[in-house]
Design a binder for this molecule. Sequence first.
Ligand code: HEM
Length: 430
Amino acid sequence: MEPRAVLTADEIDLSDMEFWARPWEEREGAFQTLRRERPIAKFPEPEIPEALSYVIPQGDGYYALTRHAHISEASRHPEIYQSGQGATSMIDMPEEMLDFFGSMINMDNPRHARLRRIVSAAFNPRMIKSIEERIDFVANDVIDRVAPLGGCDFVTEVSSRLPLEIICDMMGIAPSDYDTVFSCSNIILSNGDPEYVPEGTDPMLAFMTAAQQLNLLMLDLAKYRKEHPTEDITSALVNTNVDGEALTDSEVASFFILLVVAGNETTRNAISHGMLALTEHPDQKRQWLDDLEGRSPTAVEEIIRWATPVIHFRRTCVAEDVEIGGQRIEEGQKVVLWYNSANRDEAYFDDPYRFDLARTPNEHIGFGGGGPHFCLGAHLARREIKVMFDELLRRLPDIEVTGEPEMLRSNFIHGIKRMPVEFSVPRTTR
Ligand code: HEM
C-alpha cells in the first residue's frame, strides 16, 4: 500500500479525530505532505470536552514535528524540551491524574534520573537474558492454547497475552489478577472507545477507576513484599538496593501503571502489525521462514519501524529563543513528536514504504528519538517479539490473517483491536 495525498497542507488537522478515522493511505499521504511542505506545522489542540474543562485548560496549540532529524534533536535536548510540564500527552493532564500517571515518563531531572537509576537494572540485557526461558515458555503456552483450533482472534488470544503475562510475572502479580490488569489497561488506553468503557459511564471516571484499581493492587503487593521479599522486581524496588535507594510504595504503584500501559499495548501491537505485514508480504514471510535465526534481528527492528505502536509523545519548550528546523519555538510552547512520520521519512530511510525484513541500517525511532526517556523496555520488547515470531513461524508456518483487522481509533496508539487468523492444526504439539 502506498500513501495517497487527498488533503492539502491547509486541510490537514492532526488534532481532529476524523483525521484518524481516515484510511491508512490517506493519513500517510497527509504526513508525507507535512514532511515535504510544513515539517513543523502549528495545530490547534483537541477541544477539551465541556465536562473536563474545569480540570484541563484549553491549550493554545502545538508544533507538530514530522521529520526524523527534528524529533531526534528535540528528544536529545531534555533541558530545552521538557516532559514534566503538564505531562507528555498532547493535552495537559489534570493534577489528580498525575498522581497515578506521574511516573518517570512525565518527569525531568533530577527526579527522572533518580527513578530511572533505581528501576533500570530490572530491564537491562542481563536481566532480560535471565528471563529468556520464561518468555519462551509463555510464548509456547500461548500457542498451545490456540494450536488445536486452526484459527483464532490473534489480538485477544495471541499478541496481547505474552507481554501481559511477562510483565505481571516480573512484577510478582498473581495469575488470578492478570485479567483485571488486562481490562484496566484497555480502559486506560481506550481513548474512551465505547467497547472498553462500560455503557453510561463517563470515560474519565472509567479511566480513573481503572487506574485506581491498578494502584491498589500494587500498593498491597508493595507492602507485602517489604515483609516477604522474593526474586520479583517489586521486591527489588521497595527494598533498599546497594546504594541505599528504594521506591516508596506509591512510586512503585505508579511505575507499575506506566509499565502496564507502556509495555502491553505497544508490544501487542508490534506483534499484531507484524503478523498483518507478513500476510501482506508473503515473499518476506518466506525469507524469514527460510532463515529463522538469521533473519530475526533485522526483522524485529523492521516490524517495530513498520508498526510504530506509539504514534506520538509531547514535550514543552522551556527555553527562550529556540529554533528547530528554522522554526522559532517560544518558551512554554508544546511540540508533538510524530514518531509514525519519522519512521517513514524519505529523507532518512531508503524506500520507507517498503516492508523489508533485511533492512540495514534501520535507525527507526519507534522506541523514541534517543535521550533520557528512551524506552526502558526496549530489550524486553525486542526479545518478546523475536520469540513470538520464531515460535509462530516454527509451529504454525502457514498462519495468516483471514479477515479485515479492526483498528483502534486513536492518535496515540497504533492499535489493532481484533484480527482473525487461520492456520493448519499442527500434527504434533511442541
Ligand atoms: C514494541 C514495544 C514498545 C514500544 C514501541 C515502546 C515505545 C516507547 C516510546 C516511544 C517511549 C518514549 C521514548 C521517549 O520519550 O524518548 C517509551 C518509553 C518507555 N517505555 Fe516503551 N515501548 C515498548 C515496549 C515497552 C516495554 C515492554 C516496557 C516495559 C515493560 C516499556 C516501558 C517503557 C517505560 C518505563 C518508558 C519511560 C522511560 C522514561 O521515561 O525514562 N516499553 N517506550
